[in-house]
Design a binder for this molecule. Structure first.
Ligand code: PLP
Length: 398
């Protein structure tokens, strides 16, 4: 007997860094970790209050329907009206176990084994690995500094020319690890191209709300919801990032009519339902107080981001992705590698010598990531300031 070929997805390099961070903590060493893909503040107070009441009430918290409670589906629909002015029928909303749970269900519902699905490189590695595990074929579409790390229709055309027709495309805007956002006009072009080429467009909107656009500049606002352009697309989002609820494992998808039935049936079989306590408490995310709390956290991130961009000259990193949104700086360290072979070796040495943990770019970009790092500025300004000072000193010695 043997493990399946489909399960052979590569381990993440960041895991080795995180193991080392844990060992250093245990040994009493102070570590400044800029690895985390999560805001440090946790869930809004109204969510936590609802959760406490719920657990104290003795409510049995049994299963719900596979697509979630009617109340939360409606609340998500209302959220789309608030942020994007969209009229969404609650029956189109699927509550899922995070955006991650939505992707598994939507990949299964929308594609057949062997279908080609395009993903942006650098990008969130779970897309590629999940597609591979589901016997789908991920097609990398490289994006780089020439387009501001933003996907273009030309890049999609090139991918089709090189690999053949696509069945799907996954795009996050803002993206992980680059933070880049496509403008509404660029997104409209991509969505129209997908419609014309019979490509299912999956829009990962998990970082919506965490955006730093200059006043009057595109991309504007919270991000553009793909459903405002075409309801044959799938919008995937989550409570994890804007509301800081990563461990609650709760997110959602807006499903086109033809996918509602298949996702409902699959969701019931895969996990019966999304976690009931989280569904009930997540209602607290949509209060005025919670939106205000989350927006204040974004202001703090914006200040830290400004500091980082001001530090770039001293760090000598290039190219650097725009970080229009999310909380990551994706930066080329090719000129700073010194004695180190690649960003994996550089990050290991940085951690050992200075106690600063960054993620090497190889997880997000298996081809060119050896020259890049991802720095998460979700840590506090104090931590980021100290980390930058240590990185500068490290680079001077290299
Ligand atoms: C781009 C992107 N999509 C999806 C996810 C998954 O998020 P969750 O399952 O917590 O909603 C992440 C997590 O970091 C992410 O960066």
């Amino acid at each position: 007997m043997r493990a399946s070929a489909r399960s052979q997805v590569p381990p993440f390099e960041v895991m080795a860094i995180l193991d080392r961070v844990a060992a250093m903590h245990e040994a009493g060493r102070e570590v400044l970790s800029l690895c985390a893909g999560e805001p440090s503040g946790g869930a809004p107070a109204d969510v936590r209050a609802l959760a406490s009441e719920l657990h104290a009430s003795g409510d049995p918290l049994g299963y719900t329907g596979p697509l979630g409670t009617a109340e939360l589906r409606q609340a998500v629909a209302d959220h789309h009206r608030r942020w994007y002015g969209l009229d969404v029928d609650a029956r189109s909303v699927a509550i899922t176990t995070g955006a991650s749970g939505a992707f598994v269900l939507v990949f299964l519902a929308a594609f057949d084994a062997g279908d080609r699905v395009a993903v942006v490189r650098p990008g969130y590695p779970a897309y590629r690995n999940l597609l591979h595990a589901l016997d789908l074929v991920p097609i990398d579409v490289p994006v780089g500094p020439e387009s501001g790390f933003r996907l273009t229709v030309d890049a999609l055309e090139a991918a089709v020319a090189a690999h053949g027709p696509l069945a799907g495309l996954v795009l996050a805007s803002p993206a992980n690890p680059t933070g880049s956002m496509v403008s509404t006009g660029q997104l409209a072009e991509i969505v129209a191209w997908c419609a014309a080429n019979d490509v299912r467009f999956l829009s990962d909107e998990i970082y919506h709300g965490i955006t730093y656009a200059d006043p009057g500049a595109e991309p504007l606002g919270r991000g553009t919801c793909a459903w405002s352009l075409d309801r044959r697309t799938v919008t995937v989002s989550s409570f994890s990032k804007y509301w800081g609820m990563t461990g609650w494992r709760i997110g959602w998808a807006l499903l086109p009519d033809d996918l509602v039935g298949p996702v409902d049936a699959l969701a019931g079989n895969v996990a019966l339902c999304p976690p009931t306590p989280s569904q009930r408490a997540a209602l607290g995310a949509f209060t005025e107080r919670s939106y205000a709390e989350a927006d204040r956290a974004v202001e703090v991130l914006a200040a830290t981001r400004r500091f980082l961009f001001e530090s770039l000259g001293r760090l000598g990193w290039a190219p650097v992705a725009p970080a229009d949104g999310a909380f990551y700086l994706w930066a080329g360290i090719g000129d700073q590698l010194g004695r180190h072979r690649d960003s994996v070796a550089w990050c290991r040495a940085l951690l050992d010598e200075t106690g600063v943990a960054l993620v090497p770019g190889t997880d997000m970009d298996p081809v060119d990531g050896g020259g890049f790092v991802r720095l998460s500025f979700a840590a506090s300004m104090e931590v980021v300031t100290e980390a930058v000072a240590r990185i500068e000193a490290f680079q001077q010695q290299a």
